[in-house]
Design a protein around this ligand. Structure first.
Ligand code: SAM
Ligand code: SF4
Ligand code: FES
Length: 351
């Protein structure tokens, strides 16, 4: 075995490596090593989740955003972005439609500062009242701890807040000065302490990313022990400062999904829409590399094109039912099964 193979074997056994070792593993990516990592990841995932794939219905509730992240098409400086905000009845209709289609988790996502905390809490309460067997996940950006607490008390089960990068200097190259790495980390800590099932995550191939910054992302996941980790390729958006930057690759994203699965075998790991955008078979490749979640869009078709984080996002013209049928077929074609289930993390023993 060469050094990288030894590191991979150790990661599989101990679920931990040093920063330098993670960086070495990332730099050693070859088709053979990817294949080996995917085989180990598949074994680890099957031991916890079998061939079951969890599905979450993503409802993009608004495209307004007060922030100016350099990578994102919803950034406030993008004047070509058409802004919208769904009303409560529309959101509730999306949930009802999703419920009929077999979704038991609804993810409400938006730009930051779209909705008041009071309105978010009312909405969460009403979704939980109408669908008590379902989980509600929020992905609405940064708030004060008391606000996160209020949303949790209203019934929200989970919160997705990607850390974006675990390297402070890198974070500062992806965001304007008013956004703070330390604050992002404080939010994640607050969410966990409050009792949410928490998801962090990062883009693969974002500008200025290196093997060293990625190693920090892996170490962060190892230490923070999130329930979920959203990892997808960076894809440029034409009206952002990163318009001319290259997209992340399906290969590196899949390799990192495999490593994350080995770090935390029970992690909820989505094969993201961004992965399906850079490669028509990206989501299948993500699942084969170790992912166990897919998050199709439940937003009304009339707004889907307006929630344009990056160029050429898929599924902006399809109805929710079409996406569900499409994903059922895609998953069964590779031997996996989408289940009607809340899809909570399975915690056994010391996992
Ligand atoms: N506003 C909230 C936030 O930032 O946490 C939630 C919505 S935001 C659009 C969700 C995620 O989209 C971000 O965490 C970021 O990782 C991802 N994203 C934004 N622009 C992207 C791009 N150009 N390529 C890939 N992913 C992107
Ligand atoms: Fe706004 Fe989130 Fe996009 Fe940043 S990533 S500009 S906070 S929607
Ligand atoms: Fe939307 Fe295939 S998942 S059309």
């Amino acid at each position: 075995m060469n050094n990288a193979e030894l590191l991979l074997a150790r990661l599989r056994e101990t679920h931990s490596l040093s920063l330098d070792e993670y960086a070495a593993l990332i730099e050693s990516q070859t088709p053979e090593l990817m294949q080996q990592a995917a085989a180990f990841a598949d074994e680890a995932r099957r031991a916890v989740y079998g061939n079951r794939i969890f599905v979450r219905g993503l409802i993009e509730i608004g495209s307004l955003c007060r922030n100016d992240c350099f990578y994102c098409g919803l950034r406030r400086s993008n004047q070509t972005c058409e802004r919208y905000l769904l009303d409560d009845e529309t959101i509730l209709r999306c949930c009802a439609e999703g419920y009929e289609l077999g979704f038991r988790t609804f993810v409400l996502q938006s730009g930051e500062g779209c909705l008041s905390v009071a309105r978010i809490c009312d909405l969460v309460r009403e979704i939980k009242r109408r669908h008590p067997s379902c989980a509600v996940t929020l992905s609405l950006g940064e708030f004060e701890r008391a606000d996160y607490q209020a949303m949790f008390d209203a019934g929200a089960d989970r919160y997705l807040l990607r850390h974006e990068t675990a390297d402070k200097a890198h974070y500062e190259k992806l965001h304007p000065r008013e956004l703070s790495f330390d604050r992002r980390m404080t939010c994640l800590k607050d969410l966990k302490e409050i009792g949410y099932q928490v998801g962090c995550g990062f883009m693969v191939g974002s500008p200025f990313q290196t093997a060293q910054t990625l190693a920090k992302d892996l170490k962060f996941v190892e230490e923070f022990q999130p329930d979920m980790c959203g990892v997808g390729p960076f894809i440029p958006h034409h009206a952002t400062p990163f318009a001319a930057e290259p997209a992340g690759t399906v290969e590196q994203t899949c390799y990192l999904l495999s490593l994350l699965r080995l770090i935390r075998p029970n992690l909820l790991l989505p094969a993201t829409t961004a992965l399906g955008t850079v490669d028509p078979l990206g989501r299948e490749k993500g699942v084969l590399a170790g992912a166990n979640v897919v998050m199709p869009n439940l937003s009304p078709v009339s707004v889907r094109k307006k929630y344009e984080l990056y160029n050429n996002k898929i599924c902006t013209g399809e109805e929710s039912a079409q996406c569900k049928t499409c994903l059922n077929a895609r998953m069964s074609a590779i031997g996996f099964e989408i289940v009607t289930d809340r899809g909570d993390i399975i915690k056994n023993g010391n996992l």
